[in-house]
Design a protein. Sequence first.
Length: 201
Amino acid sequence: MALSLPAVVLCLSIHEAAHGGMASALGDRTARDAGRVTLSPLAHIDPFGFLCLLLFGFGWARPVPVNISNFKNRRWGMALTAIAGPLSNLLTAFVFFCLYIVAGTFIPGTFGYVVMRFCLVVANMSVGLGVFNLIPVHPLDGSRVLDAFLPFSWSLKLQKYQSVILLVFVVALWFGWLDGLMAAVSNQIAGWALRFMGILL
């Protein structure tokens, strides 16, 4: 629990700050003006979403405000803003897998073990948060990305079944049916980190 609490805060804060940062880069300063382009957890944490991520490995933070009318291309602006969150988590996982290797190589004793465990918790939580939010179901980020590729009429039809589809995915996560996918993504990113650190070290 001592390792999981700060890990959850970090993962959620990075995710939401990435949304706000991407929106700002694309011309929408709504999130920046609201103080959401920050790693401060006080700006992002939703208590219930925080608890779900801590207990079940998936969760959410307070939605970042976005005004799509400020984007030059509304559809792609929203899609890029949405995907920035999950991609930031996958990048975070890569960084913390690298730090895990560094800690195991250079930090001896009990402190080194604690650092390694924390890095592993952050990396795995980041993978879980990133993969879960890429599921193309509203209100998850993946739905915004899918909307950029689907005709508008198809998006409207799909929205009728969003709640049912989301429930199916939540049940799948609850019973561990997506554990294989999470493990595959985690192993792939860990493998990249291992090769990268092998070159550096």
